[in-house]
Design a protein around this ligand. Structure first.
Ligand code: C5P
Length: 405
């Protein structure tokens, strides 16, 4: 396994589909190798796969229950096919038999694995494994051609001796080769040579040495964007308010507490910056006075706090000359597009990522998000998916915009 694999697969959620071929025994090792590279793995097995290797083995190795049924009310009430489809950053099917490839190419959804493949927005990769005659068969080749046009990735197969004694193409790639191939899907290079600065998390505005005003931002969206930017090859600087999150690999993190500190660090980092993404939930106001000693409870039942407006960080960056491509976020509970457009103009940013916070399944503190991208000329919807997947979509969109503008 290459060190790049370890960086690119860190925290990735990989749904490993196992279909019924003799190479299924290698899938057990593959689970371990993916985990060694930092990935989280859930396994889905077809009925035929279970003839070759037991779900118990895969459960023990992955540390998660193995999913085998489409129409099981209990399973659907827990992690059903739509949740699994959304959970996955990558659906990797290894081994992928000729039969599975045929069913996938026809868009069938007659078992759990094909249904997940139909429902997922994540990339799908197949590691074919079959007898060389089945591989060469015109039907198999036509099915693969169709899948290639649908941007489904093919890892292998390798050439060589087969379980049946034949020699030829159709051997599944080795687990470590599959790990490297999976990792390469996450390293796009679309922002190679670019400097990207991201603000993330909440700010804390001190009242006195022990109290502050803040908000519930987790920082997950900004951190996911930083990881996606680094994977796209950008020099990535993450200016972060207080969060519980680990710094993504290859990201330089600068910790700040207040909005004023975030502004200072953002202005410093803006030097030579190509893309500035303001994902932080900056406190709009701060206490006018910060007491040097703990404020004592008074005799009165009420207490007045005077607040002053914080600087608008994203607007300050957008007013620089030269300025980077500037992206702001708009979390709105009503009139989403109207408010997003108003923000685009008021802050003079190039693009607004708008999300509807009245929907509790997405946004603030949740793991999923769905957004609308608003720029001067167009709007683009991105449907609900994990913040990691969304971050990669956003980075791909921004990369295309800044390299073609
Ligand atoms: O004005 P509002 O807070 O709704 O705008 C949200 C966008 O502006 C986000 O991108 C946020 O990071 C950014 N912002 C900022 N500085 C502020 C307030 C918001 O950079 N003081």
């Amino acid at each position: 396994m290459t060190s790049t694999a370890t960086l690119s697969l860190a925290n990735k959620q990989i749904l490993l589909g196992v279909t019924g071929g003799i190479a299924a025994y290698k899938s057990a090792d593959l689970v371990r190798r993916l985990q060694d590279a930092g990935a989280r793995v859930q396994v889905v097995m077809t009925p035929a796969a279970q003839e070759f290797i037991t779900p118990l083995t895969m459960q023990a190795l992955s540390g998660n229950p193995v999913h085998t049924q489409l129409l099981d009310p209990e399973a659907e009430a827990g992690m059903g096919h739509i949740q699994l489809a959304r959970w996955a950053d990558l659906v990797l099917i290894a081994p992928a038999t000729a039969d599975f490839i045929a069913r996938l190419s026809q868009g069938m959804g007659n078992d759990l694995l094909t249904s997940i493949c139909l429902a997922t927005a994540a990339p799908i990769a197949l590691a074919p494994a079959m007898n060389q005659g089945m591989w060469h068969n015109a039907a198999t080749q036509a099915n693969l051609e169709l899948l290639r046009t649908r941007k489904i990735h093919l890892f292998g197969p390798a050439d060589g001796g087969q379980a049946c004694g034949d020699i030829g193409p159709g051997r599944m790639l080795e687990p470590l080769q599959l790990v490297d191939a999976a990792a390469s899907l996450f390293t796009t290079g679309s922002l190679a040579g670019k400097k990207v600065v991201i603000t993330a998390g909440p700010t804390r505005e001190a009242l006195d040495p022990v109290r502050y005003l803040s908000n519930h931002s987790s920082g997950k969206m900004g951190y996911a964007i930083a990881q996606a930017a680094a994977e796209a090859g950008a020099r990535t600087i993450l200016i972060s308010g207080p969060t519980q999150l680990a710094t993504p690999a290859r990201v330089t993190r600068i910790d700040v507490v207040s909005a004023n500190e975030m502004l200072d660090e953002s202005l410093k980092a803006a030097e030579g910056c190509d893309l500035f993404i303001a994902a932080a939930a900056v406190a709009d106001y701060r206490p006018a006075q910060q007491a040097s000693q703990k404020i004592k409870k008074g005799a009165s039942d009420t207490m007045m706090l005077e607040l002053v407006k914080n600087p608008d960080i994203v607007a300050s960056i957008a007013s620089l000359n030269p300025k980077p491509f500037v992206v702001g976020f708009a979390a709105e509970s009503e009139n989403l597009l109207e408010h997003a457009r108003a923000k685009l103009t008021r802050k003079n940013v190039d693009l607004i990522v708008a999300n509807n916070i009245s929907d509790s399944r997405i946004g603030f503190n949740s793991d999923d998000n769905a957004v609308t991208l608003v720029d001067a000329n167009s709007t683009t919807e991105i449907s609900q998916r994990s913040k990691q997947q969304l971050a990669r979509e956003l980075i791909a969109h921004f990369a295309q915009t800044i390299t073609t503008s």
